[in-house]
Design a protein around this ligand. Structure first.
Ligand code: DON
Length: 348
């Protein structure tokens, strides 16, 4: 007899109550599949003609990416996939990779390692700010940044355990692939282009070494970081990665437990406070969603227990966040009740 069967009227009522509770606990979405698909289709139609923003061009290869790519994907925490627009085109993952390398470090060295070596506080400054490192060191007296800005991200990459560059790189690429649910690879043109022009990140790596945050070869850390930013992804890959975070670290499409459930909330907390850089507060105010952007044009967002969503559209705003991706995710999440702070339950 399963938990939803019954033998008498009273038993029936009890079983019904149990069933309702069970359904509430196991169903990730209140909406029907048609309603979810309609939310994606509406966002695509509403924002496809938005012309604001501009491709990143400080990495020369990114300026050449088609600005009209507009792909939307949502993966529910129970593994159902919804898409709209161009989900075939791939872009480089860029800063979104910082989330998954942070996850690798947390898995290998524990959550406290991030607090001790990097910090978990928003800087309120640009993602590649050198001033934020100086302020942390000179005025705040220690690791007071976070793994989602470049200085913290290059440090996180340096913390991934491995006896050679190849071993560290394999761990990072495998982690990204496990979250995406398929073997990912690097866009070599983007990697070469950024490696030839990343002198600022090299300086940041050297500074983090000088202040003792990076404890091994900073040039290697910066190079591996640059390669991880060049991993090629489509909107469905990114949404599956986000959905794995929404589903307590278990990829809901492949069923693989990619990280420990207890390690997920800390990653989401840093995404909430610093995922959209100096616009993180504005984003959280509007959506309540932990999220992460990349200058390739992708943004992922996580509605814990419900869904992961990703949108790709290369033109960026001043803070380095995709204009259309922000609009589309906000619209879809609001339509689906994705804001984790927005409960409709009241009690006496
Ligand atoms: O290090 C960089 O500048 C790039 N590889 C990544 C920056 C980035 O994606 C910031 N995102 N909004």
């Amino acid at each position: 007899m399963n938990s939803c069967s019954f033998r008498s009227a009273r038993g029936m009522l009890a079983a019904l109550a149990a069933c309702v509770t069970l359904m509430a606990a196991t169903s990730t979405m209140a909406q029907t599949p048609a309603q979810i698909q309609a939310a994606l289709d509406k966002a695509l139609a509403d924002y496809k003609d938005v012309k604001e923003g501009k491709n990143a061009d400080y990495i020369p290869a990114l300026a050449k990416v088609d600005p009209n790519i507009f792909g939307i994907a949502l993966v529910t925490a129970d593994g159902k996939v919804y898409t709209a627009g161009d989900v075939a085109s791939e872009v480089s993952i860029q800063s979104i990779s910082k989330v998954f390398t942070m996850a690798r470090v947390v898995e290998d060295l524990g959550p406290q390692s991030i607090v001790d070596r990097i910090g978990v506080d928003a800087t309120g400054m640009r993602f590649n700010s050198i001033v934020s490192v100086e302020v942390a060191q000179k005025e705040l007296g220690g690791p007071e940044i976070n793994p989602l800005v470049n200085p913290g991200a290059i440090t996180a990459t340096s913390m991934v355990p491995g006896s050679s560059r190849a071993e560290v790189w394999k761990k990072i690429l495998d982690t990204h692939s496990d979250f995406a649910g398929r073997p990912l690879s690097v866009n070599k043109e983007v990697f070469d282009s950024e490696a030839a022009t990343n002198q600022r990140n090299q300086a940041i790596g050297a500074l983090m070494f000088a202040y003792g945050f990076i404890k091994n070869d900073p040039a290697q850390a910066t190079d591996v970081y640059t390669e991880q930013c060049s991993i090629s992804v489509n909107a469905k890959d990114l949404a599956t990665m986000a959905a794995t975070l929404a589903n307590a670290g278990k990829n809901p499409v492949t069923g693989k437990q990619v990280m420990k459930p207890g390690n997920v909330p800390g990653v989401l907390a840093v995404m909430a406070t610093a995922g959209l850089y100096d616009d993180s507060g504005k984003w959280l105010y509007r959506t309540g969603l932990p999220a992460k952007s990349g200058v390739g044009g992708g943004i992922i967002a996580v509605s814990p227990g419900k869904f992961g969503i990703a949108v790709i559209s290369p033109p960026l705003d001043e803070a380095g966040n995709s204009v259309k991706a922000q609009k589309a995710i906000e619209s879809i999440s609001n339509a689906l009740g994705g804001n984790p702070y927005a409960t409709t339950v009241t009690r006496r």
